[in-house]
Ligand binder design. Structure first.
Ligand SMILES: Cc1ncc(COP(=O)(O)O)c(C=O)c1O
Length: 499
């Protein structure tokens, strides 16, 4: 058997894609197509890399990895993380239920988000979770709920440090070249210094609330280490400023949030910031060519479109270890400069995409092939999945790495659009290199472990696919395929319309 290693848990064996020791084609035969597949080993490896590298850079106190549940809240995945000693960043009442069911210790759960429903706050306090305050309105709700429950609620303030000198454009905003510092200010999360000061002094007086530290999360604006250095420096300065303004307050914990990129980083790879220039050029060229008649115009335009679509933005992200080193070194340097003692300070982080991304792949089968020769050459490969099962990725303008699971070593001989099954354009991969493809071939989209399965919708009344967890040579169903009955379960027919 010839084996080519693709990464930790993916390999090509005799031309077939394996995840851990499972043949992906066998998985499809057993569980049906399309299918989300997750690797337990990859998840454990990733989380241990975060734990080890952050702890190595932070000898001052404990490090707690609190993965963002929103990125992947499949119960089995969360259970694996709980067995690795992780906490959890949650955003909703549903995520709270999931985390508690998975066995995450409540004191390691950070309740994030704005707005938080009153019931959710109350349940979280009753369970013993930490509330990360992200609006002035929630302070009184927390105090009241804690008083009624007869407990003291542990809270953190979510800060919003300004990255005043970081003007490289944000990947997070895809509408244009918006500087990162402005994009971060416009993002809804976090409290400005003035907002913190409006509640901070009162917070320290409230009888049923204990301020245990600070939180920040900016989001995935840039993948560079320079960005992380700037973020941590700004965070340290803001913590120092708030501590001083609160009369020398000393935090027990600081949470740096998430936002670090996936290694192969599909994020915003589909956005082309030269678009306005291309548009102007294409319009001018197109007008000029129409003077020569439609045939030459189609020939030249098809080549141009092909050339443009063939150059997606693709750079790998730094390694987890480099990210950990940058964050911890910057915090250890900058916090004392701003009067904050790091000794005994707990450091928390909430990786989402960078932890889960390469844990998952999506397998989908080729159902139809359309080859157009006139007026332009254009190939379309239609697969049995849809962009509506990658809503998170579409929202973030992802462009995923891919390979054909039954033809891993086949040379790329042509180009095609890979199109999903919904009635929308559903252009999953635009004008990408492909081997000689036939109906029945299996496409594997890589790095679909974060934000994809959890954001699927039922557009076109399509039942959503199943999810499987691979552990060595064993594959276990962790979320079953939907049935049509599931799709229509919430519909109610008013009596006057019932036949
Ligand atoms: C508070 C908080 N923490 C962590 C994350 C995870 O971010 P990422 O998946 O970019 O690492 C998010 C994502 O939105 C978040 O809102």
């Amino acid at each position: 058997m010839t084996t080519r290693r693709i990464d930790d848990c993916l390999s090509a064996r005799d031309g077939r894609l394996y995840i851990e020791a499972c043949d992906t084609l066998d998985l499809l035969a057993e569980f049906g197509s399309p299918l989300f597949v997750f690797s337990e080993d990859q998840l454990r490896r990733n989380v241990r890399r975060f734990q080890k590298s952050f702890q190595a850079g932070w000898p001052d106190g404990p490090v707690v990895v609190m993965p963002a549940a929103k990125a992947n809240w499949l119960a089995a995945i969360q259970r694996v993380l709980a067995t690795e000693g992780c906490g959890c960043d949650i955003y909703s009442a549903g995520e709270l239920t999931m985390a508690l069911n998975a066995g995450v210790p409540p004191e390691l759960i950070s309740v994030n988000g704005v707005p938080k429903d009153d019931d959710h706050i109350r349940r979280s306090i009753a369970a013993g979770c930490r509330i990360t305050i992200d609006s002035l309105e929630e302070v009184e709700v927390i105090e009241r709920a804690a008083a009624e429950l007869g407990v003291t609620a542990a809270v953190r303030l979510r800060l919003k440090p300004v990255l005043s000198r970081f003007i490289e454009h944000s990947d997070f905003v895809t509408e244009g070249l918006v500087p990162t510092d402005l994009a971060a200010i416009a993002y809804k999360g976090g409290l400005t210094f003035e907002q913190v000061m409006a509640v901070g002094p009162r917070l320290l007086q409230l009888p049923h609330v204990r301020l245990v530290g600070f939180h920040q999360h900016h989001g995935r604006h840039r993948r560079s280490l320079r960005y992380w250095e700037a973020q941590m420096a700004a965070y340290a300065a803001e913590i120092g400023r708030v501590c001083t303004a609160l009369g020398g307050y000393r935090p027990q914990e600081i949470d740096i949030g998430g936002g670090f990129a996936i290694r192969r980083d599909p994020f915003n790879a589909a956005t082309d910031y030269t678009e306005p220039v291309q548009y102007a050029a294409l319009t001018a060229i197109s007008r000029l060519l129409s003077l020569l008649g439609s045939r030459p115009r189609y020939t030249v335009m098809a080549r141009l479109v092909d050339a443009i679509a063939g150059h997606p933005n693709r750079h790998p992200a730094p390694a987890i270890e480099a990210y950990a080193e940058t964050c911890t070194a910057t915090l250890r340097r900058e916090l004392p400069r701003h009067g904050v003692d790091t000794r005994g300070l707990t450091l928390q982080l909430e990786p989402g995409r960078s932890l889960h991304g390469d844990v998952g792949i999506h397998l989908t089968t080729v159902k139809a092939i359309k080859r157009t020769t006139t007026p332009i050459r254009w190939n379309v490969i239609v697969v049995d999945t849809t962009e509506f099962w990658f809503t998170g990725g579409r929202y973030e303008h992802h462009l995923h790495h891919y390979l054909f699971a039954n033809k891993t070593e086949a040379p790329m001989t042509g180009k095609a659009d890979i199109i999903g099954r919904s009635c929308y354009g559903d252009r999953l991969l635009p004008a990408v290199p492909v081997p000689d493809v036939a109906v029945g071939d299996v496409l594997a989209l890589l790095d679909t472990g974060a934000y994809q399965e959890v954001s699927m919708s039922n557009f076109n009344a399509l039942p959503r696919p199943a999810s499987v967890l691979v552990t060595g040579d064993r594959a276990s169903l962790i979320r079953r395929r939907e049935t049509e009955e599931d799709v229509f379960r919430r519909d109610v027919m008013p009596a006057h319309l019932a036949r």
